[in-house]
Ligand binder design. Sequence first.
Ligand code: DX5
Ligand code: ZN
Length: 234
Amino acid sequence: MRIAASYLSIKDNLEENIYKLTSCDIDYLHVDVMDGEFVPSKTMEYSDLRNALNDCKPFDVHLMVCDVKKYIDLYKDLKPTFITFHYETNCDIMSLVMYVKEHNINVGLAINPDTKVESIMPYLPFVDLVLVMSVFPGKGGQEFIKTTVDKIKKLKEIKNNYAYSYLIEVDGGINIDTISLVKDVDISVIGSYITNGDYEERLKNIKEKIYGWYFIRNRNIDANSDWKHGKKIY
Ligand code: DX5
Ligand code: ZN
């Protein structure tokens, strides 16, 4: 399981703390983007954020916005590993999926806790990632919604049955306890659990737990086996 760290709950010294976070042992920096329309909150403008993000780790951009294309056009220049947008926008999903891919960026589709997996069936053959929201989008520090567990299971079954290639990512309320409920995901977004404490120590606690599962599942497995020649596959 890879870790995408969200800095959404960091209130002070953002630039300095993003740097501190990306110096830790994380796989992606999870960049939450909110427009004050799709969700009531608004995140920092791209122009103010760009410098802080420039030399950081690989990014995973999570767009919680209505005008998806406008934000793809901004964030594509940072060369993120993934750009993920919400199924619940009124946009033409399929053309946006293709638009992100045209820029050689992996595309993700996110679903809110009250959206059924069945709703996104037509898009599953084409996306690189499905982001399952385990809280309603808008802010960090909320409680994990347990019905998410069944949705992850369903997405995993569909993926296996149809041999689809999307990764499954979970976002919201993940901490040292709830991470055990989402063992099957490929990427866990973790925000306030890390940023409300000592970053290194919190990550170490989470990683020890993850490596523990790998060890139990197969004593010979290398927990970092998704690395190839020193580089992540994605
Ligand atoms: C919620 C965001 C999440 C959030 C996760 O709208 O998409 O990425 O920052 O934060 P925690 O881990 O605190 O729930
Ligand atoms: Zn997010």
